[in-house]
Write a new protein. Structure first.
Length: 297
């Protein structure tokens, strides 16, 4: 067994970026840090406000992930205490559950000396999450474009996207299940074709770091935005304001309730300031892509 005293750092993520539904993720420089120390029982302690209702024993998502990875590899994980410090808003569409799963996978991999490949970690996380967008970006950092069918996974990884961003975080959380319940069961063939085309252009533009084109594609989504946008106060006004500012694009972050705005590098602080003044309902946070992914310290 490896040394059981160490730390894991995991970035926040935004997903979809419009039409890249359940497939495109972007790591952001807000982080969750988990300090791991030996313990006679499983214990989880959160250091931030807002996390008080999360489980603190074996039913905690990080611990459940560790135990699941151990079982899959015919191992027994040593009990540890997890002290969690997180800048990632809980239940706000910025990958808090993916961060917990990524942390659990990395902790298990380190404790049990499994030497899992990056792709194996992402496949595990995608099976736990049910989709690959957030978890791939959490584990790898940068931007990720993933295909996951429940069995196999393929990933294109862009290590350091050249873009700035602002996330608009509302005061209330939103369960992903509730947001997914707003989506239709079917789209017409013509709608799906347009959505696929927009996602393809979005993906290619991100790979080329052509964020002006990527931003145009963000508002061409047909898969989820129109069904969810009514949950967001002043959605259309925020998009109009961002367009007047010449931001690249604005879209829903994951399933919501946060919003994501792509902007030129170096302009994120000024845009966050202006958005905070114009739309005080939201906490507007200037962020940058994180190239780190999940790391052990």
């Amino acid at each position: 067994m490896a040394d059981s005293s160490f730390s894991v750092v995991v970035p926040a993520t935004t997903a979809n970026l419009g039409p890249g539904f359940d497939s495109i993720g972007l790591a952001l420089d807000l982080y969750m840090t988990v300090d791991v120390t030996p313990s006679e029982t499983w214990k989880v302690a959160y250091k931030n406000q807002g996390f008080e209702d999360l489980p603190t024993g074996e039913d905690n998502l990080i611990v459940k992930t560790i135990l699941n990875v151990a079982t899959r590899n015919n191992c027994t994980a040593p009990t540890v205490q997890l002290d969690v410090q997180s800048d990632i808003p809980l239940g706000k569409g910025l990958g808090s559950s993916a961060a917990a799963i990524a942390a659990g996978i990395e902790i298990a991999n380190h404790l049990l000396e499994l030497n899992l490949s990056a792709e194996a970690k992402v496949l595990l996380g995608s099976e736990f999450e049910g989709h690959a967008d957030n978890i791939s970006a959490s584990l790898l950092g940068g931007a990720t474009i993933s295909y996951f069918d429940g069995v196999e996974i393929d990933i294109v990884h862009i290590p350091l996207p050249e873009v700035g961003a602002v996330v608009l975080v509302p005061p209330e959380a939103l369960l992903t299940e509730a947001s997914r319940g707003l989506l239709p069961m079917h789209l017409t063939h013509s709608e799906a074709t347009l959505g696929s085309a927009a996602a393809s252009i979005l993906s290619a533009a991100i790979v080329r770091n052509d964020w002006e084109k990527a931003g145009r594609m963000m508002k061409k989504d047909v898969f989820h935005e129109s069904y969810r946008k009514l949950l967001f106060p002043e959605f259309d006004q925020i998009r109009e304001f961002c367009e007047e500012y010449n931001a690249y694009g604005m879209t829903i972050s994951g399933a919501g309730p946060s919003l994501f705005v792509a902007v030129k590098q170096g302009e994120e602080q000024e845009l966050a300031k202006q958005l905070s003044t114009r739309f005080p309902y939201y906490n507007c946070i200037a962020v940058k892509p994180s190239s780190l992914g999940t790391i052990i310290n």
